[in-house]
Design a protein around this ligand. Structure first.
Ligand SMILES: N[C@@H](CCC(=O)N[C@@H](CS)C(=O)NCC(=O)O)C(=O)O
Length: 213
């Protein structure tokens, strides 16, 4: 069988999620760190977004679609459950995170710190201050979601958790979001527990200039 190629930069949360699927299922894969809108990526994704995937002559874009393909095409633990309620809850949490929270937590809050666009190259305080209440509300929602069963989709680890963990990893290191997560006992415990998984540890993005292990 040809090797799976995951194409996208390691720091991308969505690329990391696709890699975590490979790690969880012990799928041999190669990471090709092409940026969004590069020819490699745009040849597969109509809007040039990462990650994209190649497996032999099969090319695919969109992280959830990639996860579904890998989960169905390869053996190993099921990351997208087949039991109807658990499957639907997994889908629900992927959708909530990707269609709403990604906008608040990543595109607006986080990227303002990582790629500051304010005066003097500093984060734009106005944008951050205006998004903090929505960020805190969403952290609270996630805290309540994982409180009962210890995972987003009930009581087992699924792709919904894989999809969220790379986002939390960044947020934990940001001032307001880090404080909100620290104050959310269930979410903090959830993060600490899931962060020990080898799939998470092996996909930690390396800082530029350091060697990937
Ligand atoms: N719905 C896409 C979102 C992917 C996405 O937005 N990736 C970001 C990097 S984390 C990207 O490619 N950004 C460049 C852009 O939007 O032009 C997926 O799930 O794969």
């Amino acid at each position: 069988m040809p090797k799976v190629e995951i194409i996208g930069p390691a720091p991308s949360t969505y690329t990391r999620a696709a890699r975590m699927v490979c790690e969880e299922k012990a799928i041999p894969y190669e990471l090709k760190q092409s940026p969004p809108h590069s020819p490699d990526v745009s040849a597969i994704h109509p809007f040039g977004r990462v990650p994209v995937m190649r497996h032999g002559d099969f090319e695919l874009c969109e992280s959830k679609a990639i996860a579904t393909y890998l989960d169905l095409a390869f053996s190993g633990p099921k990351l997208i459950p087949t039991e109807p309620r658990q499957a639907a809850l997994t889908e629900q949490w992927v959708s909530l995170v990707n269609t709403k929270m990604d906008g608040t937590l990543v595109r607006t809050y986080l990227l303002n710190y990582i790629f500051p666009k304010g005066r003097d190259g500093k984060p734009d305080r106005k944008v951050i201050d205006s998004v903090v209440p929505a960020m805190q509300e969403e952290i609270g929602l996630l805290d309540r979601a994982v409180d009962k069963g210890g995972y987003l989709a009930g009581d087992s680890f699924t792709f919904a958790d894989i999809n969220l963990m790379p986002i939390l990893a960044y947020l934990k290191n940001m001032p307001e979001a880090g404080a909100a997560i620290a104050a959310s006992k269930s979410l903090s415990a959830y993060y600490d527990r899931l962060a020990t998984r080898p799939s998470f540890q092996k996909t930690i993005p390396q800082r530029p200039g350091t060697k990937a292990s």
